[in-house]
Design a protein around this ligand. Sequence first.
Ligand code: ADP
Ligand code: MG
Length: 351
Amino acid sequence: MREDTKAVQSAGTAQGRDASHAGTPERGKSASGPGALERGKSASGPGAPERGKSVSGPGALVQAKPVSLSGGSVHAKPVGHAKPVPGTADGEKSRYKKISEEAVKPADSITGRRKKKAAPPEEAIVLDHVVKTYQMGAPALNGISLKVKRGEFVFIVGDSGSGKSTLIKLLLRELLPTEGSITVNGTNVVRLRRRKIPKFRRGIGVVFQDFRLLKDRNVYDNVAFAQLVIQAKARDIRRNVPMMLSLVGLAGKYKAKPKQLSGGEQQRVALARALVNNPPILLADEPTGNLDPKNSWEIMKLLEEINEKGTTVLVVTHNREIVNAMKKRVITMKKGVIVSDEEQGAYIDED
Ligand code: ADP
Ligand code: MG
């Protein structure tokens, strides 16, 4: 297993950029957050695990159990007792102060062992007058302002070249804006230090048109890879990977290599990888661009289901039929600006 782990990790270095996208927030911090996927439920979701097949052999798929990810992984910290400096009047004073403060606190704040978390931001994504100019040509984005609330599902549509992928890259901090501000998951992306980028990206799952799977690795390892990147515990990996594969209806194919799968199945693997670390946001850049209508629908329904479990989902697409049928918020871009933003919108015809 250790050999295997190494191999996956080294395979990953070549695709380091993708790897950090595949990952998500620090376990414990995010898993119990409001954006968290309700994993317990998901195990019984569509394509429930094909148990008979899956529970055998090394690296075998473990039966998915509904387990709260937050359980045991939050580092419990005792309520802080001020440490008096021994033998000083100050020390004595602070100790008494602490005791008297505690006497008037409600019981649960005295006994509660967990550090209080800051409330997550209400907005998952905020862009304010964002301009992005590449070295040459007209700006790819020319004054975009946009808010996406936590838990929303949003389609981004627009002609080729209208700036949709540039927007996705800015949200991932693959690019910096020329002007304007961008906040994702409460992080100011423009001010984000380079060394903090990998951790930031763990809060965003991402899928692309071309799947971007590790070709020489099987389905299980492709998904497990995202967990290895964040140094998840082996037992968490054994639990989470099968659960995600069940969610996307691929529990029975965990040993298959990408080339043995259909396009739709490959995109499901990519989706499982994007979600296995429980990110509060999922970005999808034309996820159905290479798929036939049936598989496109299945992927979109899966995205909707993921959204219903609490993940904020932003999908760039050209799929007019699906956009019109799903009645979600639709943002239409044209030449780097937003020309329409409608709740329960539809694909707007050009001209
Ligand atoms: P979309 O995803 O909507 O098709 P993009 O965001 O990919 O649009 O592109 C928006 C505009 O920016 C296009 O005119 C494109 O040619 C230009 N563009 C995209 N990437 C680059 C780049 N790396 N260098 C220069 N121009 C780019
Ligand atoms: Mg694009």
